[in-house]
Unconditional design. Structure first.
Length: 262
């Protein structure tokens, strides 16, 4: 099977724009398709936010035990559970970070953005050499979006970030371990993990808004870890996007996953 031809065929069947960036870490093999194209990030931007939180914690500018109160005004729609809870409860930054990744809680994400600001996230991304991945606004802040502020990412940059994570080089070894531990608890399994062999370990983060469906993550194959990002925009429908992401992930797994590490 020619993996590049397979990915092209699956992208065509999906419709719209499809970007793929994958790295087979044991042998440094890469697959790229539109890897530097900028996409609205949806919830994929929550991984850079988590990395920035760890950088702030390691610099002593925040404590994971610090508490933030939930207010009615802070609640926003979309994924998550905090919008269903009564105002007044206090959550630690650690609680909020886990909710942001595991169930993609938008309210938790906004509280964390309010705590550290967009500049901290963007400075970290720029410092890592990423030109496309930026946090432009809070979740569900459509007024900011209408003024031209958007959260964006590129498949190549997200995969390079995943490689740093797996090599324990994103912020620090301790931070990388902590980020991966949370991503391995991801509740959404309808994209990268959906067609993989049962019990294949995956550490991933999905993203989805109208017309956008993404997943980025690490697949722990028998041959070793594979970093993969698949970003889609304007697919025929949600099912087509999820199917394309799952099929591309499985094709990459089949091509690289059983190879002996060298």
């Amino acid at each position: 099977m020619d993996l590049r031809d397979e990915s092209e065929r699956m992208a065509a069947e999906c419709g719209g724009a499809v970007a793929v960036a994958a790295t087979n870490l044991p042998v440094e093999r890469r697959l790229e398709r539109e890897a530097q194209r900028s996409f609205p990030s949806a919830s994929v931007i929550k991984v850079p936010i988590l990395a920035a939180l760890h950088a702030e914690a390691e610099a002593g500018r925040l404590s994971w035990e610090e508490r933030m109160p939930l207010t009615e005004a802070a609640k926003v729609p979309g994924s998550g559970v905090l919008r269903e809870l009564h105002p007044g409860i206090e959550l630690t930054l650690d609680d909020l970070a886990r909710l942001m990744i595991v169930v993609s809680d938008n309210t938790a994400t906004n509280l964390l953005i309010d705590r550290i600001g967009t500049g901290v996230v963007n400075d970290l991304m720029a410092g890592l050499g990423y030109e496309q991945t930026r946090l432009g606004r809070r979740m569900y802040d459509f007024a900011a979006r209408d003024r031209g502020f958007e959260n964006r990412c590129a498949a190549g940059e997200m995969t390079e970030m995943l490689v740093r994570l797996e090599r324990r080089e994103l912020v620090s070894a301790e931070a990388s371990e902590a980020i991966l531990a949370i991503m391995k608890r991801q509740a959404s399994v309808s994209k990268i993990p959906r067609l993989l062999p049962p019990d294949t370990p995956v550490a991933n983060k999905t993203g989805e808004i109208t017309g956008i469906s993404h997943d980025v993550g690490l697949i722990y194959a028998p041959s070793g870890p594979i970093a993969i990002s698949v970003l889609t925009e304007g697919a025929r429908d949600r099912v087509a996007a999820e199917d394309a992401i799952g099929r591309i992930a499985r094709a990459i797994y089949d091509a690289w996953g059983a190879e002996a590490s060298s």
